[in-house]
Write a protein that binds this ligand. Structure first.
Ligand code: NZQ
Ligand code: ZN
Length: 385
């Protein structure tokens, strides 16, 4: 097992009807910016619950944070915060709203000229406004991690950043919020959480038995409940297990002491930026093809995954191959297309565009061995057409 540190200060408040606890978590004299998305919270009762909880605070609303939140929108919130001496932000929504709020909180205190440099140039986040979240869509784990992914309309880019200063102070995670989710977002949530686990598990053996069991248990639970939840989303047992899986899949626990990959995400982000695929759709397209191209490096863990998660038998090579097929079939069973050409007819230059972008950014060695070079990226993307 590799050496590690574990730090996660987020207070998770999990379960039904916990909105009245918000007030105990935000300092009394705070002036709050309540940030949300395109309005789903006004249709499912979440907005009313949050407003009730904020009754004794001074607050301003900021709405319109879009899926795949953009710099252009978020920078408007930064201006509002500065003009109104806001000192706490409450994100109410899915991963996009929460990620957007992380960027807002970092950008407000940014001392350089353009906060986009936090993403484009890796400029360090030296301080950030405190924020809490009310999660309405289980998928990203953003409610209990310190990462964020932001897009820029101007350049069609989608980039990630993170800082230990950007853990939510608290997160209200009520599984009943999924009752109003469109089917597509349920499919996305299962796949995003699944791939988060795969990125931290299907690498090479690191003698980290407990981490492997953590990963396998989340994958098995998602396989068990994923298809059911799409048919029966108002079942609380399914909803609560689903939400907890998503949080646990990316709250920092699984990656402790083990190598991690993340290349599926880095390539997938480009499919969203270039062709507008949902985040999880991009992962369903890239993931299985990345395992094929990286087969020799990943086959030991693929075989372990095939045996432990899919109960496959045969030689290790056969099991590893079959495990890739099983993964792709699982995404399809959930109702998600796994080829880029199913989402766009304009796909033929995609591999070239992505490798050119990676070259410019110096991303020439991705994955747990840093050996996914531009040639392999091209191969993975072309296999995904
Ligand atoms: O904007 P509203 O009206 O709220 O509608 C949203 C949005 O259209 C809707 N929605 C959310 N909760 C709902 C609901 N509709 C009905 N009922 C509810 N309870 O769902 C749509 C999608 O929401 P979004 O927040 O975009 O989805 P998700 O949570 O999947 O977030 C995706 C974003 O997170 C990033 C992705 O790249 C993408 O930008 N990621 C963030 C990560 C992180 N911070 O750690 C890791 C992930 O790998 C991922 O990259
Ligand atoms: Zn993801």
């Amino acid at each position: 097992m590799l050496n590690f540190e574990l730090y996660n200060p987020t207070k998770l408040i999990f379960g039904q009807n916990q909105y009245d606890k918000i007030a105990a978590e935000i300092p009394k004299e705070s002036k709050i910016l309540m940030a949300y998305g395109g309005g789903s919270i006004k249709k499912n009762g979440v907005y009313e619950n949050v407003i009730k909880a904020l009754a004794n605070y001074e607050y301003i609303e900021f709405n319109g944070i879009e899926a795949n939140p953009t710099y252009e929108t978020l920078i408007q919130a930064v201006t509002i915060i500065k003009a109104n001496n806001i000192d706490f932000v409450l994100a109410v929504g899915g991963g996009s709203v929460i990620d957007g709020v992380k960027f807002i909180c970092a950008a407000v205190n940014y001392e350089g000229i353009d906060p986009w440099d936090i993403l484009a140039k890796g400029a360090k986040v030296k301080s950030a406004l405190p924020f809490g979240t009310v999660l309405t869509l289980p998928a990203t784990g953003s409610e209990m991690n310190s990462g964020s992914v932001i897009s820029k309309k101007d350049t069609d880019e989608k980039l990630a950043f993170g800082s230990p200063l950007l853990f939510p102070k608290f997160s209200i995670t009520d599984p009943t919020t999924i009752y109003s989710l469109p089917k597509r977002q349920l499919q996305n949530g299962v796949i995003d959480a699944y791939v988060h686990v795969m990125e931290q598990y299907v690498t090479y053996p690191a003698n980290a038995y407990l981490q492997d069991r953590f990963a396998e248990s989340i994958l098995k639970t998602l396989i068990e409940i994923g298809p059911k939840i799409i048919k029966d989303q108002t079942n609380y047992t399914l909803a609560s297990n689903f939400m907890w899986c998503c949080t646990m899949a990316l709250n920092g626990l699984l990656s402790r002491g083990v190598p991690t990959d993340w290349a599926t995400h880095m390539i997938g982000h480009e499919l969203t930026a270039l062709h507008g695929l949902d985040h999880a759709q991009s992962l369903a397209v890239i993931g299985p093809n990345l395992y094929k191209v990286q087969f020799n490096d990943k086959k030991e863990k693929l075989a372990q995954y095939g045996k432990s998660v899919w109960n496959l038998t045969g030689s290790d090579d056969e099991i590893a191959q079959k495990a890739i097929e099983k993964t792709q079939e699982f995404y399809q069973l959930l109702g998600v297309e796994t080829s880029l050409s199913k989402y766009t007819s304009d796909y033929k230059e995609t591999a070239k565009i992505i490798t050119n972008r990676f070259k410019t950014r110096g991303w020439i060695g991705l994955g747990e061995h840093k050996n996914i070079d531009l040639k392999k990226v091209e191969e993975i993307v072309e296999l995904s057409y």
